[in-house]
Design a protein around this ligand. Structure first.
Ligand code: FES
Length: 572
């Protein structure tokens, strides 16, 4: 380990040739082949984890952003060196991007460790990239700072504002119900995502951007600036400067991501009505440093944290409005009395000091409400426990229909994603608006690798009758841009032998948001018999090679952040 606060520059972490002098000489020689002067090569090195991809619409402005980052590093006196890592373009990955989040985190971590750098900038954006980078950097002894790419701008369709992907889902549901035509859905497709940047609602990407800022891992007021706004470039330049200063302060992620800052981030997640996915990601990030996120604690915080942000999918506005309204700084100020203000941030300031600077800015109360006059009195997310979810499940109550909160219903079971696709629109499906739709084998242990399939479509025949929401329960995830009475992340998952896999058509299930409970009302002797019958399915052949094998042998459950068992730290 290099001595703290003392830049090692390019001469640290030499390649092993058995002759350190030769290794240094060879490295400088090869670096000079890129046209660097000796003076440039003597500077402290700021690495830039850079995930470019022709598949990533969300990152299509990254070359310009990278220029701005490098400008900041160079002006400060450092040598900026970007290195590519894999990217995780959300809608281009099969079976789902979550399967590859841990791979990107390993890529990021190992390249930070293997290459000479005194600090590192994490350039991310699309859903899983920011958590992957924070997970990867968390365990490294290298000062790190997050830079997000920023949200895209909204589009318009016949005078109406559109933003991916809450509006994608809304229009698709209308198309399924037969209320809009082929021609209209094609026109909408052209206008849903029209600029660079991440989804412009409070989906997973926006939520993780806010969480990175709330944790103290990103610059203040950096989460919300749109991808194409000049402020985004200024933030990039400032991040380059801050990354250079981080070398002197020696503040590593282990000092920033602590039990207290994770709790602050959970408060912000609840107050912004953020994505359910963030619970998994924050658990995984914290877990890399031995900090545990308990779902029971989430419930306590949720009952004591109001929703104050009026953004889609639960509200009306979009990320560009959130940024203009005051952004994360305004949210933090409203939550001030409930936060741990002594947490250190990447600039070396405490959270409290950072907030003192932003307290005077005007706030648009149509978008960010006050703590005392909130949009919802309690937090957006809760966890449920019970015989159907012994290790917990998550419900985004701020996106759900309160009329469905205290219910007993009859299960209509889909045993897999294929089964769901084949039967959901079957006119003979025995389903009513009061049924509970159950999806099995879509959890982290399944072949599907926990896709965002928890937003089960309303069966076409019910949609045509005007049914807009039903209780839906699964071990899958849900896009942060989706909404509905949707119980997710049921743990243990069905493929790991959890009770969800034992549910059969006609079983009764009780959901009580008030009691935080989710129970399968079936006698234990019946369940034991079903357990025996399903034992063969659970011992199905596993992948034999490559990353798929590593995933299958190492993946943890949702309540453990779906990390790999060999990457988590012991609790501290
Ligand atoms: Fe990248 Fe939504 S597809 S953030």
């Amino acid at each position: 380990m290099k001595e703290k606060n003392k830049p090692g520059g390019l001469s640290q972490g030499l390649t092993h040739y058995g002759d350190a002098g030769f290794a240094g000489y060879l490295r400088r020689s090869f670096a000079k082949s890129m046209g660097y002067s000796a003076e440039a090569l003597d500077r402290p090195v700021v690495g830039i984890a850079y995930p470019p991809s022709g598949y990533s619409n969300c990152h299509r402005h990254f070359p310009e952003l990278l220029d701005a980052v490098k400008r900041g590093v160079t002006a400060a006196g450092g040598l900026p060196l970007e290195f590519p890592t894999i990217a995780l373009p959300e809608v281009f990955l099969a079976p789902t991007s979550l399967k590859y989040r841990n791979l990107m985190s390993m890529d990021t971590e190992e390249m930070i460790r293997a290459q000479p750098m005194d600090s590192v900038i994490l350039m991310g954006g699309c859903d899983k990239t920011v958590p992957a980078q924070l997970m990867g950097a968390a365990a490294c002894d290298v000062p790190a700072i997050q830079l997000v790419g920023g949200p895209m701008m909204t589009g318009t369709y016949r005078g109406e504002r559109l933003g991916a992907c809450t509006d994608c889902r809304r229009f698709w549901a209308m198309y399924r119900a037969g209320t809009i035509s082929d021609e209209e859905i094609n026109e909408i497709e052209d206008n849903l995502a029209t600029t660079a940047g991440t989804c412009p609602v409070m989906g997973t990407a926006s939520t993780m951007a806010c969480i990175a800022e709330a944790l103290g891992m990103a610059l203040p007021d950096s989460a919300g600036a749109p991808a194409v706004h000049a402020d985004r470039l200024r933030i990039a330049e400032a991040t380059g400067l801050a990354a250079y200063r981080l070398i002197q302060s020696g503040i590593t992620p282990a000092r920033v991501i602590t039990e207290k800052s994770v709790e602050n981030a959970l408060r912000v997640l609840l107050a912004i009505g953020g994505s359910t996915n963030a619970v998994i990601h924050l658990t995984a990030i914290a877990g890399r440093l031995g900090v545990s996120v308990k779902l029971e604690r989430l419930n306590e915080l949720s009952d004591d944290t109001p929703v104050i942000v009026n953004l889609k999918p639960t509200g009306e506005h979009y990320m560009q409005d959130f940024f203009a309204a005051g952004g994360v700084g305004a949210v933090l100020n409203e939550l001030k009395g409930k936060l741990h203000l002594d947490c250190i941030t990447v600039t070396g300031e405490s959270l409290g000091e950072r907030m003192t600077r932003s307290a005077a800015k005007p706030v648009d109360r149509r978008v960010i409400a006050t703590h005392d006059n909130p949009i919802e009195a309690v937090g957006g997310l809760i966890s449920l426990f019970g015989s159907l979810a012994p290790r917990g499940a998550v419900l985004k109550r701020s996106a759900a229909d309160t009329r469905l909160f205290e219910r007993e219903g009859t299960a209509v079971v889909f045993s897999s994603l294929d089964d769901l696709a084949h039967r959901i629109d079957d006119p003979d499906l025995p389903v009513s608006a009061d049924s509970f739709l159950i999806l099995q084998n879509a959890g982290p242990t399944s072949e599907a690798a926990m896709p965002e399939a928890g937003y089960l479509p309303i069966p076409r025949k019910l949609a045509a009758q005007g049914v807009k929401d039903m209780v839906r329960i699964s071990d899958a995830r849900m896009s942060g841009t989706a909404y509905g009475t949707i119980v997710l992340h049921v743990a243990p998952d069905a493929a790991a032998g959890g009770p969800l896999g034992l549910v059969r058509n006609g079983d009764r299930i009780r959901l009580s948001v008030r009691d935080r409970c989710l129970d399968l009302l079936v006698d234990e002797t019946v369940l034991n018999q079903r357990r025996k019958e399903s034992a063969d399915e659970l011992s199905a052949p596993r992948p034999q090679r490559g990353y798929a094998r590593l995933y299958q042998t190492s993946i943890l459950q949702a309540d453990e952040g779906c990390d790999f068992d060999f990457l988590t730290a012991t609790e501290r």
